[in-house]
Design a protein. Structure first.
Length: 145
């Protein structure tokens, strides 16, 4: 009789724990039913986790739009074999080896001036330019001097 009561108590407790766990799990899963994550975002506990480059409660905004940024990179396509310095708004932002491309640089979306000079000199390799980037623009500039 005593064993039956112990077994019955243990079985009842195990069933209670199983039902409680299942109902809690279903409630947690249901938190994402009405949450739509955009741009490959993933819903977790009712909130979107955005992939890199996206923002917002539903991953609806590209970060470059919110931050007013774009990307630029520079290619040294010169046949001279010289290394170039990229001067962006008065500061060197990249050094580009012969027949190479710099990594993308994230810059704000204003009007910018840039020039490309032979490394460690003031000799202009490509003519000065002025550009205006819009949010999320991606641009590649080639120098073939």
């Amino acid at each position: 009789m005593k064993r039956t009561i112990i077994y019955t108590t243990l079985i009842t407790f195990a069933l209670f724990c199983g039902v409680a766990y299942t109902s809690c799990r279903k409630q947690a899963d249901n938190q994402c039913i009405n949450t739509v994550c955009q741009n490959n975002g993933i819903c977790s506990e009712g909130h979107c986790i955005c992939v890199n480059g996206y923002l917002g409660s539903h991953c609806e905004t590209r970060g470059c739009e919110a931050n007013f940024t774009g990307q630029v990179r520079f290619r040294n396509k010169s046949a001279t074999g010289k290394t170039y310095s990229v001067i962006w708004d008065g500061a060197i932002i990249a050094t580009v080896l012969p027949d190479s491309t710099s990594p993308y640089k994230i810059v704000d979306t204003n009007t910018h001036s840039f020039s490309i000079t032979v490394y460690n000199t003031t000799t202009v390799a490509c003519s000065d330019s002025t550009i205006k980037l819009k949010p999320c623009d991606t641009a590649t500039y080639n120098c073939t001097y």
